[in-house]
Design a protein around this ligand. Structure first.
Ligand SMILES: CC(C)(COP(=O)(O)OP(=O)(O)OC[C@H]1O[C@@H](n2cnc3c(N)ncnc32)[C@H](O)[C@@H]1OP(=O)(O)O)[C@@H](O)C(=O)NCCC(=O)NCCS
Length: 143
């Protein structure tokens, strides 16, 4: 498996993974806008035949990386791919000291994954998502 930067040709597969994993609808423009704004922060896991996961992140200040989305294809989860993607984007982000993300309070699996990856819950964000659901703000310190 190769971890590499996103390329335009990956778009359909990334969207397939998202459609089968999240209830929310995201347009292709959503992914392309983030890619344009932060090309280094859009990383995919490629098993040689297909995209099996991806992560998108953006530096929000000189030392803080915000993870916008991380997703592994169903059937490929719990094999370490999510952890590899997370490690890769952090390593690539240079002087990053803090990594932050928001996660739905109801997404117990993802919360377990983030806790295992060294994140702690910092805050509750009521009404964070358009459907009115709440989020946790989670953070990982690198020093
Ligand atoms: C969350 C997600 C990205 C994790 O990726 P993954 O490749 O399955 O995770 P890994 O295999 O690297 O797991 C790392 C650790 O987290 C734990 N973990 C992962 N998924 C878990 C689950 N469903 N329940 C409990 N623990 C879990 C693993 O046990 C593992 O711990 P270990 O190292 O002690 O074995 C993946 O499950 C996913 O795509 N979920 C759907 C999309 C989503 O909810 N994304 C996050 C919100 S934006």
């Amino acid at each position: 498996m190769i971890i590499r930067e996103f390329e335009y040709e990956d778009l359909q597969q990334v969207m397939e993974i998202v459609y089968s994993s999240f209830e929310e609808y995201y347009t292709s423009d959503f992914f392309l806008t983030i890619w344009q704004a932060s090309p280094d922060g859009f990383i995919v896991a490629d098993d040689g035949e297909k995209i099996v996961g991806f992560v998108m992140g953006v530096m929000v200040d000189v030392e803080t990386l915000r993870i916008l989305m991380i997703c592994v294809r169903e059937g490929y989860r719990n094999k370490g791919i999510g952890s590899e993607l997370l490690k890769h984007i952090i390593k690539k982000s240079g002087n990053v000291r803090k990594v932050r993300l928001e996660v739905k309070m109801s997404n117990k699996e993802a919360i377990k994954f983030y806790k295992k990856s060294g994140f702690v819950i910092k805050e509750t964000l009521p009404d964070f998502y358009p459907d009115g659901t709440d989020a946790y703000l989670m953070e990982k310190s690198l020093f």
